[in-house]
Design a protein around this ligand. Structure first.
Ligand SMILES: [Zn+2]
Length: 445
């Protein structure tokens, strides 16, 4: 095995076997310190290696590889925390916090979200340091806490308290975008340039209540249910942006004939309603075409034999990056069409703008795709979910999601049972990122 593959393997194993869930058993600081110890051993020191955070168990690690200063730095990120996993929910031969290699896959919590990315970045920062590589700009590594939840999001903390540690022309995020394969065939390099923005609304109806043996027509539960019924039939208008238009155009050829025609129709603008209707059948394509809002929680009433005094629902919306909380709230009020249903914002973490497609990053990826992957298309993508890229974009640092590791479109186990990643795909990712980082730092291919 090439030496840097062995190193990547060992870092990956070490990180998987440190529990970094947001639970009493988890500790992100242990992982941050393990990474820092490896970076220190490779020669990172002083101001070039920082470990810190707002809570003793939620530290982040930041390292800097100095360049010649020809351009502003590039920041590379991954998060150290993982979603909770219970051994009894996994196959009997697997423990989520043990690193297992079985039949060509690495198993463990975080193998695909996103400790593979962390291991790849750390390996290559160590390698570039050991090789004495001098980039034409600083390369910064930040591995952070609480991306998956928790109160101490590391990227937000760094932006607020130590912007100078991570300030950069742009950021490359391993935890976004899609390097897609299907049945072993590589399809595309999806570079995430934007994300849908998350917002929750609370719907609440109050009614007078009373004894359920003498019901009146005015019932909080019925008001709410009728409103939700109207919402269930509503679709937000289709709206494309630079990224989604390009995605539909560049990936049409990967689809069957009808879908390809529909992709081309929507990317050309003013698609016929039948094309939109067909594409909207797919939850994924639908999420790319429009803002979505869906009821996710429901509660109401206080006793089996009492008329309800309160009924509540949470509606979770994923806004297009060009949409706004105000517009969505107004739309919901219109669709619910009942002044008795009070619509308020329950949770809004801010709406991040899309990052303009960066032609240099895209060109470097095109060159690498030609060199390594037979020239499969490099395609800007918008994620329907959210990542830490959001906070960097809000903070004025354009962010591009480049996972580096190919995953099968039908085998996404992030946050789920028996999470895994292909062994070969992981090592290819290690090699890919080595070339990618050098190319962003001024080295021609
Ligand atoms: Zn993640």
């Amino acid at each position: 095995m090439p030496p840097y593959h062995q190193l990547a393997h060992d870092i990956f194993q070490q990180l998987i076997e440190i529990n970094t869930t947001d639970t009493p058993a988890g500790n992100v600081t242990t992982a941050a310190q393990a990474v820092a110890a490896r970076l220190a051993k490779a020669g990172f020191s002083g101001d070039d290696l920082r470990v810190g955070g707002p809570l003793p168990n939620k530290y982040n690690v930041v390292a800097r590889l100095h360049g010649s200063g020809k351009a502003k730095p590039v920041l590379f990120i991954g998060h150290l925390d993982v979603v909770q996993a219970l051994k009894q929910d996994w196959s009997p031969n697997l423990d989520p916090f043990k690193f297992n290699e079985i039949d060509g896959y690495f198993y463990g919590r975080g193998t695909s979200d996103i400790k593979q990315g962390d291991a790849i970045l750390v390996t290559n920062f160590i390698r570039l340091k050991q090789e004495g590589f001098v980039p034409d700009r600083d390369l910064i590594l930040a591995l952070t806490a609480d991306e998956e939840g928790g109160e101490s999001n590391g990227v937000q903390w760094l932006l607020k308290n130590h912007r100078d540690w991570i300030n950069a022309e742009y950021c490359i995020n391993t935890d976004a975008g899609d390097f897609e394969t299907e049945n072993g065939k590589r399809l595309l390099l999806g570079v995430e340039t934007s994300e849908k923005n998350y917002i929750d609304f609370q719907l609440e109806v109050k009614s007078k209540g009373g004894h359920s043996s003498r019901p009146s027509k005015d019932n909080a539960i019925y008001h709410l249910a009728d409103g939700l019924e109207r919402l269930s039939k509503f679709e937000f208008p289709v709206e494309l942006n630079e990224t989604t238009r390009s995605f539909f155009a560049k990936t049409a050829h990967l689809q069957d004939a009808q879908t390809a025609a529909d992709f081309r129709a929507v990317s050309a603008g003013q698609p016929d309603p039948a094309a939109v209707q067909r594409l909207s059948q797919s939850p994924y394509f639908n999420a790319l075409l429009r803002t979505t809002c869906v009821a996710t929680r429901l509660e109401g009433g206080h006793a089996n034999n009492a008329l309800p005094q309160t009924a509540r629902a949470i509606v979770n919306c994923r806004m297009l990056p060009t949409d706004s909380a105000d517009n969505v709230q107004k739309t919901l009020i219109g669709v619910l069409a009942d002044p008795r249903i009070a619509v308020t914002v329950a949770n809004n973490t801010g709406a991040a703008p899309p990052s303009a497609i960066n032609p240099v990053v895209m060109r470097k990826l095109d060159e690498l795709s030609a060199k390594l992957y037979g020239g499969i298309p490099v395609v800007p993508v918008m994620d329907a979910g959210a990542s830490d890229g959001k906070y960097l974009r809000l903070g004025g640092i354009p962010t591009y999601g480049v996972p580096g590791v190919f995953e099968d479109v039908n085998d996404d186990r992030a946050h789920g049972r028996d999470e895994r990643i292909g062994v070969k795909d992981f090592y290819n990712g290690v090699d890919f990122y080595y070339l990618f980082m050098k190319s962003l730092a001024g080295e021609p291919h």
